[in-house]
Design a binder for this molecule. Structure first.
Ligand code: PGA
Length: 222
């Protein structure tokens, strides 16, 4: 059985002081071995805080991995403002690709996500590939899919666990080695209703992860 993936997507939030406060609070609440042993906890801060998070995690021996929220369509080169997969690899094991906020705010397309995925995988990153419905094409080499319906993101109105499970099953029917996560208004109150579903292997948490205590509760309750 695979581990349950619990991913915190901090999005474009927190300055350095706030990020440090988040980390200190997260560290204070010790996660018991029993709680953590069957979970892969991943935190995805802003690029600018990856270094801070990596060093803090190493110094405090925290049982968490890091993800970048995006990666460049290019490798090294004259691409002002971009952060590429080779650079990310120094800090993180994972990268989010295809988030609906990249689609809606930055006009990024599926074609572009496929290219980003190829580059990220070639650099040894694990992509968490976000889809909004049941019919998305999935790039080659993807193992982790996050089903995140647009209506549920940041709305306080999650999909039903039953529907999320059905959608996860659709992807598993295409390739049964996929691990499908659910994202969209996950909280400590509703997380178990998703993670106890047969086909859902974890959650991608946005708003509720901004509070480290709530995020710990999500990990505990999952
Ligand atoms: P939310 O965001 O938990 O705030 O709905 C989820 C996401 O966008 O990854």
């Amino acid at each position: 059985m695979s581990k349950l993936f619990i991913v915190a997507n901090l999005k474009s939030n927190k300055n350095e002081n706030e990020a440090k406060t988040w980390l200190e609070a997260f560290k204070k609440i010790t996660l018991s071995q029993e709680i953590i042993s069957d979970k892969e906890v991943i935190i995805s801060p802003s690029f600018i805080h990856l270094n801070l998070f990596r060093d803090f995690i190493l110094q405090n021996n925290l049982p968490v991995k890091l993800a970048a929220q995006n990666s460049s369509l290019f490798g090294d080169g004259p691409y002002t403002g971009e952060v590429n997969a080779k650079q990310i690899k120094d800090y993180a094991d994972y990268v989010l690709v295809g988030h609906s906020e990249r689609r809606s705010n930055f006009n990024e397309s599926e074609e572009l996500f496929f290219k980003k995925t190829d580059i990220a995988i070639a650099q040894g990153l694990n992509c968490i590939y976000c889809v909004q419905g049941k019919d998305s094409k999935i790039p080659a080499g993807i193992k982790l899919i996050a089903y995140e319906p647009v209506f549920a993101i940041g709305s306080g109105n999650p999909d039903t666990p039953e529907n999320a499970d059905t959608i996860a099953k659709n992807y598993l029917d295409i390739n049964n080695s996929y691990l499908v996560l659910y994202g969209g208004s996950v909280t400590s109150q509703n997380v178990a209703s998703f993670t106890k579903k047969e086909n859902i292997k974890g959650v991608l948490v946005g708003g509720a992860s901004l509070d480290p205590e709530e995020f710990i509760k999500i990990i505990e309750n999952a």
